[in-house]
Design a protein around this ligand. Structure first.
Ligand SMILES: [Zn+2]
Ligand SMILES: [Zn+2]
Length: 529
């Protein structure tokens, strides 16, 4: 074009010059580079896996103070302006030739800790993802107005270490674990909580011991309800002003404010859900995960890191202690024990036996003699007795595998499953007064007759927690019965007063298997088929 244009006659004289003058001029960058640390290593937010490494940029003198490690910057990358984080300032670069200068420093706030950047690098390798994807999960979006405010200073801390250790006395190895933790060591343990134990209180005690030793802690639980219990337990143990709660539900400004309190080092204990595992705690001493088998710990966004892996990687990178706890042990936690990576924190058999009694109705001849219907009745005598005995002590939790009222129906006489005439979907009943309806197409069936035998009576072979609650309500007329499951999960039940008053009703809660985050204050555990 340039060659041809030079010789060709101008059809519109002067146009070329006008266009040329209007083009933005690429002025050569004449600004001198920073005297100290003229090179910035930048992790660029690009989805391209083959470019997932730090790139060197020149630091102009005007940005020398702002482009600190951990700061957000804008850089020119593959013809575009992209976001990035400075990971390091260096004296020189391996790159031969002139370095492109940083475009600008978005904020001098160091939001990405070197240890978190390193963890992201290891996790990116492990999950075959990119660091940029992990950093998007780790660092919340910037909220400029929040960033201008200072973080409140940490209150003076007084930890009753002896009391914190005493809280764990039911677990034989806990004394050694906490002692090592308080002295700055990095013990690792898989903890099997005794049924009914105050797990938030115990995790708070472990965090308090860590804080007393001068280090910080990250505690991650599956959902908001668990986090709220941990929050309350930490406030009870340490008082307010020592920890922050990081959950996605808090809103961008609040979440960023709490994040900054941690990255600035004025709070050293973090509780939260999944994303809190990346919290930039200074001097990390302990990472803990509660109920690591819960699906909510698996991140649904690429590269799908699991909270347990994030925390254990951080423990490895930062030399922190690790605690993997739950009422039930996950396969992965068992593997941590099997490989010797972690020690076991468990109560002795005697303690466990005292905490929980497992009995099966109609398991012995004696019981069958006492109650011949023990194997067939919906509520055998033994269950009724156990419920009565439990209600004297406190709330009783009854678990049923299904939610709703009556999930399936069948012919009363020949037990052929009742099906919808329109779509062959299963028929169910949603409440005591509701007519049978199809669970697929919602067609109400008024005049059902068995296709096999013509009988018109229906029975409910599978009942949900609402129907069980109704039956228990009839059997224990003076006891309030709550139903928890599906979209009406009961968060907690008040414990009975310390001095039992005969007229104070205790509660019975019927729980469906889907309501697994119900949190009873006191628990008597009964199962029957
Ligand atoms: Zn029939
Ligand atoms: Zn139907």
């Amino acid at each position: 074009m340039a060659e041809r244009g030079a010789d060709a006659p101008e059809t519109l004289p002067g146009l070329r010059e006008t266009v040329r003058a209007a083009r933005p001029r690429r002025t050569p960058k004449t600004e001198p580079v920073a005297e100290v640390g003229p090179v910035a290593r930048v992790l660029v937010d690009t989805p391209l896996a083959h470019l997932d490494r730090p790139f060197d940029y020149a630091v102009p003198a005007s940005m020398a103070d702002a482009a600190v490690p951990g700061a957000r910057v804008k850089v020119r990358f593959a013809g575009k302006d992209l976001d990035g984080y400075v990971t390091e300032r260096a004296a020189e670069s391996d790159h031969t030739g002139a370095l492109t200068p940083l475009r600008r420093v978005v904020s001098a706030e160091p939001v990405l800790l070197p240890a978190v950047a390193e963890t992201a690098g290891l996790l990116a390798e492990r999950y075959a993802g990119t660091r940029a994807d992990l950093l998007r999960l780790a660092v919340p979006p910037r909220h400029a107005a929040t960033e201008k405010q200072p973080s409140p200073p940490e209150e003076a801390v007084r930890v009753d270490t002896a009391a914190a250790v005493a809280a764990w006395q039911r677990y034989d190895a806990a004394g050694a674990f906490l002692g090592h933790l308080g002295e700055g060591g990095s013990p690792r343990a898989v903890w099997s909580a005794v049924p009914g134990d105050d797990w938030p209180g115990l995790l708070a005690a472990a965090a308090a011991v860590t804080l007393a030793g001068g280090r910080g802690a990250v505690l991650v639980a599956p959902d908001q309800r668990d986090v709220a219990r941990l929050d309350a337990a930490l406030t009870a143990r340490l008082g307010p002003g020592h920890h922050v709660v990081l959950t996605a539900g808090a809103g961008p400004a609040r979440r960023y404010r709490e994040y900054l309190a941690v990255s600035r080092g004025t709070r050293r204990i973090v509780v939260g859900t999944r994303a809190a595992a990346f919290a930039p705690v200074h001097d990390l001493g302990l990472v803990a995960i509660w109920d690591d088998g819960d699906d909510l710990h698996a991140e649904p966004r690429a590269p799908y890191p699991h909270t347990r892996e994030v925390l254990l990687t951080r423990a490895h990178v930062e030399g922190a202690a690790a605690l993997v706890g739950g009422f039930a042990r996950s396969v992965e936690a068992e593997q941590l024990l099997a490989t010797g990576w972690a020690h076991e924190l468990a109560a002795s058999r005697d303690t466990l036996r005292a905490a929980v009694t497992v009995s099966v109705t109609g398991a012995t001849d004696l019981e069958l003699e006492r109650d011949p219907l023990a194997r067939a009745a919906r509520m055998p005598q033994q269950v009724t007795h156990a419920l009565s005995a439990g209600l004297v002590r406190g709330p009783v939790l009854v678990q049923t595998p299904r939610r709703g009222y009556a999930a399936t129906l069948a012919c009363e006489r020949c037990r052929t499953p009742a099906r919808c005439a329109v779509c062959t979907g299963p028929l169910g009943v949603s409440g005591p007064t509701a007519p049978p309806a199809c669970r697929w197409c919602a067609t109400v069936v008024d005049d059902w007759a068995c296709v096999a035998c013509g009988h018109r009576g229906l029975r409910a072979p599978v009942v949900g927690e609402r129907r069980t609650a109704e039956e228990l309500g009839r059997a224990f007329a003076s006891t309030p019965v709550l139903s928890s499951g599906g979209d009406h999960v009961v968060a907690s039940v008040p414990a009975r007063p310390a001095t039992p008053v005969p007229t104070t009703p205790t509660r019975m809660v019927v729980l469906s298997a889907t309501a697994n985050h119900f949190t009873p204050a006191a628990l008597s555990w009964h199962t029957w088929r």
